[in-house]
Design a protein around this ligand. Structure first.
Ligand code: ATP
Ligand code: MG
Length: 399
């Protein structure tokens, strides 16, 4: 090994390399069975500010790689216990950005070429001078710095993209909230407006006493609508919040169905609707019992409301593959394909529904969807306009 001349180029590269990993000095491992090479490498590299460790066999080298963190490994192509080439894979598996430089003698150039093909960055032919060693090491470390820098930039770019996605999602939610508030205000205003005109008409004496009773009844009806709307909004807010989680308990969906269904049976039968409740299983789910009642009552009330006289409504509860499955089917007005997703949107009502039932908040299905999804389940609709609909929800059975 030659005398230690610090070349300008090597020194400059070293300074940059000293900032490789969080300002720690670069760590170099020398795996060579020749004592002279190991000592020479130390002598040439340590004054540059590198931390140098050595190993005299392949096994020892492997052990050091596994235990420590290195930026660059100098490895002899021929070691007493194995070929240097065979060390490359485990080294690069641990850290693909470690720079491997193979040390080769005249007779082993072919092995060195093989090593380059297996991922080594460069090779040093014996005998080599301290300057050549320092230059090769400095170049290798510079390459590692650039690779790490590129990775860091790529990560920053990925994070920036992730942030942009999150920002877009927040903006979408914000727009949704604004639209929602606007719609709520609008929905509240209409009945309040009607109420105000009824009251003013009476106060100003425009309504003769014998007609006042009827006007007051209409006013009471609008107040009821307002209360229904506010109640639905409160239920929706409750379903969206995390607060209800502590209200969850093992609930029999069949028990709840058997309590809720009779509330609608009378109305259905009064309108000549054939009525069937088919409880095929009694699954138990971990849920808020009030919310489960809301799921059944909203689906069943819709089936009755949107099925003309003489139709059929059937409710089925079963259990399959760890899921409780509830289905509410009717032979009613049905839903057009373009409306099937929209009926789960807040306040959306189809033209056909508005015709058959002018009153409704359009908050029932969004509430059902929110509750079902909040309990780890899902809801789907199959429907044909003018022929009927089937709403099916699934909830995971309580273990
Ligand atoms: N069984 C059904 N058949 C046909 N259309 C339905 C059925 N269930 C729901 N829909 C459609 O979905 C819309 C939204 O239903 P949702 O229950 O949310 O509100 P609504 O029934 O209109 O109002 P409310 O539930 O306050 O009475 C309905 O207006 C109707 O257009
Ligand atoms: Mg409804």
């Amino acid at each position: 090994m030659g005398a230690l001349h610090r070349t300008g180029q090597a020194a400059c590269a070293t300074q940059r390399c000293q900032m490789l990993a969080m300002n720690e000095p670069p760590r170099i491992l020398v795996i060579d069975d020749e004592e002279g090479i190991r000592a020479g490498c130390r002598r040439a590299l340590e004054p540059e500010g590198y931390i140098v460790e050595t190993a005299s066999t392949g096994q020892e080298g492997l052990h050091r790689v596994q235990e420590g963190r290195f930026d660059l490994v100098l490895v002899d192509v021929v070691l007493p216990d194995m070929r240097g080439v065979d060390l490359l894979r485990p080294i690069l598996e641990k850290d693909p950005d470690v720079v491997c430089v193979v040390i080769t003698g005249y007779a082993t150039v072919e092995l060195a070429v093989q090593a380059i093909r297996s991922g080594a960055y460069d090779f040093l032919s014996k005998p080599f001078t301290a300057d050549i060693l320092r230059m090769t090491v400095a170049q290798g470390l510079e390459r590692r710095r650039l690779t790490l820098e590129a990775r860091r930039l790529q990560k920053i770019e990925e994070e920036a993209q992730e942030l942009a996605r999150a920002k877009a999602e927040l903006e979408r939610l914000d727009r949704f909230k604004t639209t929602f508030m606007w719609t709520v205000a609008h929905e509240l205003r209409a009945p309040l407006n009607a109420l105000q005109s009824f009251l003013l008409a009476i106060l100003k004496g425009y309504i003769p006493p014998e007609e006042q009773q009827e006007v007051l009844e209409r006013a009471a009806q609008r107040v009821q609508e307002l209360l229904d709307l506010v109640d639905d909004l409160l239920k929706l807010a409750a379903a969206k919040s995390e607060k209800g989680l502590e209200k969850r308990e093992p609930v029999s969906l069949a028990d709840i169905l058997e309590k809720v269904a009779p509330l609608f049976r009378k109305e259905a039968e009064a309108r000549g609707i054939t009525w069937a409740v088919d409880v095929r299983a009694r699954p138990v789910v971990q849920a808020d019992p009030d919310q489960m009642a809301q799921v059944w009552s909203n689906l069943i009330s819709n089936a009755v409301k949107y099925t003309p006289a003489g139709g059929q409504v059937q409710v089925i509860l079963e259990e399959r593959d760890g899921w409780a499955i509830g289905a509410v089917e009717d032979t009613g007005i049905g839903i057009a394909p373009q409306d099937r997703e929209r009926v789960f949107e807040e306040f959306y009502r189809t033209p056909q529904a508005r015709e058959i039932a002018p009153r409704g908040t359009g908050l029932g299905l969004p509430l059902v969807k929110q509750i079902v999804e909040g309990h780890g389940g899902c809801i789907t609709v199959e429907s044909e306009l003018g022929r009927g609909s089937r709403f099916t929800f699934r909830l995971p059975v309580s273990p």
